[in-house]
Design a protein. Structure first.
Length: 160
């Protein structure tokens, strides 16, 4: 199968890779770039473990053709923190015990980031809706929802 040259921004830096025709974005991120934060879960777009942001919008990388991201900006959980400091969402997930096995965590973080970037003060219902495409089988949703609401409240306090 012929390879396709692909250029895009990955967590703020320009990358260029060759991908197989028809390859999904998840494979390109994991196999070509080495970003293992998006997880392979169901491979059918039903679990949310592979959620990444394309130009700020959450997408399921397992069902997104890699070729469609040419020239776009891809953000993954691996790019959330800067230096030694955790991203506020990551810190809130730790503080609220919002990760047990952690497999769903990268997808949950990216879905939450997309929500908070668009709506810095979401309601509980908006948080539930934002993460509704992400399945968690260990932690349960209550700690995750509480962590996202806490991160939003903390960000609101910093802006005040």
């Amino acid at each position: 199968m012929p390879k396709t040259a692909l250029q895009f921004r990955h967590n703020g830096r320009e990358v260029a890779v060759f991908v197989d025709g028809g390859a999904n974005l998840l494979s390109a991120l994991r196999d070509e770039i080495g970003d293992l934060s998006p997880k392979f879960g169901c491979g059918q777009g039903g679990c949310g473990a592979c959620t990444v942001l394309i130009d700020g919008e959450p997408v399921l990388s397992c069902i997104t053709l890699a070729e469609l991201v040419a020239g776009k900006s891809i953000a993954t959980a691996d790019g959330l923190k800067t230096g030694p400091e955790l991203h506020p969402l990551q810190a809130a997930f730790m503080e609220h015990f919002a990760a047990q096995c952690g497999y769903c965590t990268p997808g949950m973080l990216m879905a939450a980031k997309a929500l908070l970037d668009r709506n810095p003060s979401p309601s509980r219902i908006e948080v539930v809706e934002a993460i509704s495409g992400n399945i968690c089988r260990c932690t349960g949703y209550e700690p995750i929802i509480n962590a996202i609401l806490a991160a939003a409240a903390r960000a609101t306090e910093r802006r005040a």
